[in-house]
Ligand binder design. Structure first.
Ligand SMILES: NC(=O)c1ccc[n+]([C@@H]2O[C@H](COP(=O)([O-])OP(=O)(O)OC[C@H]3O[C@@H](n4cnc5c(N)ncnc54)[C@H](O)[C@@H]3O)[C@@H](O)[C@H]2O)c1
Length: 392
């Protein structure tokens, strides 16, 4: 325990809500919510009133009034918030995806048709500006990839470190039947579709575990060197048969992605991400190592299984993320945020903020993730050709 840290929220939507809930469970530091700044004053006022915090009229005023900034705005605005916070020497927790290419300044920008090589260069340019801002600041970037801090992934990290294994092949998946956010589906706001929006989670966790393996065995992280990828827009095909359970209102993004990654030691990983899966969000990561095999089920897991003959009984009960029905058997999620790592990531970030200790999900991991994702878009545009990654 030391100084009481003040948290400032940028954005007043879904992510700010779960950040605030997780913040209430931080025990590594004394924290209080300084306030919120968001586009759309009314929403910010409602968010603040429910949580007894102040509303700020500008990003700069909020940053000046806090120690740690939470960037919970759509991805197109991450760079702006991160750079401004670092310029004022604040630590900044930035939501996933770290940054991207949003077609800035391109007239009639269309996510289906833009040049993927330009997208890669622009996304890496954004990453570089954020890394430079961090290098010049007393503040640090804390990349809010909750999968890194999810208890099964942290336990697997311990297994990897203490068993001295080599990870041979990982496969990970995030999928469900469609994002809730109206801005998701429009490339210039989201920076892409399933590949970036969902694939970033298993991808970052895999990069993190391979880093940990390298550090444990040889003192240096094992980093990715190439990717091959395919993407598809299944729900936008004229032949798609819409039964009404899968969201089908995307404008110019993909709803399916597969990425094959090769690491510098020649081992491999595969990421699956899609908006085509019924039955609730699927968050899973399998590690095939030379001395063990682990399956991390952030969801679904069988902590609690509940049956009801009629969904009407459960109308006021949250069951599990993105289930289409509550009828029959459900994998009830009593502590969804806990399994997904939300409170663990904030606890770790505030510990790092108060002690100056290391940040596990840091800007290097975030940069590698964006480099892999936008290189994967280039590969997909070239029919899945293997492409070397640029290292930042
Ligand atoms: N880690 C996870 O599991 C997870 C889950 C959901 C969302 N996210 C991420 O969180 C971020 C926010 O997503 P969300 O679902 O909360 O979106 P949202 O639409 O629910 O909320 C976004 C908020 O930001 C505000 N805003 C938009 N542009 C702004 C700007 N330029 N300046 C200030 N405020 C602005 C909006 O008014 C809104 O209050 C995204 O990067 C998203 O990818 C992460």
């Amino acid at each position: 325990m030391g100084k009481k840290l003040k948290a400032g929220f940028v954005g007043a939507g879904f992510a700010s809500r779960f950040h605030y809930d997780a913040l209430c469970r931080v025990f590594s530091a004394e924290v209080e919510a300084a306030g919120v700044y968001s586009r759309g004053r009314e929403k910010a006022e409602a968010f603040a009133a429910e949580r007894s915090m102040k509303v700020f009229g500008s990003l700069e005023e909020l940053i000046d009034a806090c120690d740690v900034v939470h960037a919970c705005v759509p991805p197109a605005f991450h760079e702006q918030v991160v750079v401004e916070a670092l310029r004022r020497d604040r630590d900044v927790i930035v939501e996933k995806p770290f940054t991207g290419y949003f077609g800035q300044g391109v007239e009639d920008f269309n996510g289906d048709t833009f040049d993927r090589r330009k997208g890669l260069e622009e996304a890496l340019g954004s990453v570089r500006r954020m890394l430079e801002a961090e290098a010049a600041s007393k503040g640090r970037i804390m990349y809010a990839e909750n999968w890194v801090y999810a208890p099964p992934v942290q336990k697997e990290k311990e297994v990897i470190e203490k068993s001295g294994c080599q990870i041979l092949w990982m496969h990970g998946e995030q999928s469900h039947s469609g994002s809730h956010s109206p801005s998701y589906g429009i490339w210039h706001l989201s920076g892409g579709g399933s590949l970036i929006g969902k694939g970033c989670h298993p991808l970052t966790a895999m990069l993190y575990l391979k880093q940990a393996e390298g550090i444990a065995r040889n003192g240096s992280p094992i980093r990715p060197v190439s990717v091959s990828a395919r993407v598809h827009a299944i729900t936008r095909m004229p032949s798609f048969q819409n039964k009404g359970f899968i969201r089908a209102t995307y404008e110019d993004i993909e709803d399916f992605a597969i990425v094959h990654i090769v690491f510098e030691d020649g081992t491999i990983a595969d990421v699956f991400a899609n908006e085509l899966s019924l039955g609730g969000t699927n968050n899973t990561l399998t590690v095939n190592a030379d001395n063990h095999r682990t399956i991390c089920n952030m969801s679904h897991n069988d902590t609690m299984e509940t049956y009801t003959p009629s969904a009407a009984f459960f109308k006021d009960i949250y069951v599990v993320e993105k289930t289409e029905t509550k009828e029959g058997w459900s994998k009830m999620a009593p502590e969804e945020g806990w399994f997904l790592g939300y409170q663990h990531e904030l606890n770790a970030f505030y510990k790092a903020a108060v002690t100056g200790g290391p940040v596990d999900s840091n800007s290097t991991l975030a940069a590698d993730t964006i480099s892999a994702i936008y290189t994967a878009y280039v590969s997909a545009a070239e029919g899945g050709r293997e492409i070397e990654l640029k290292r930042l």
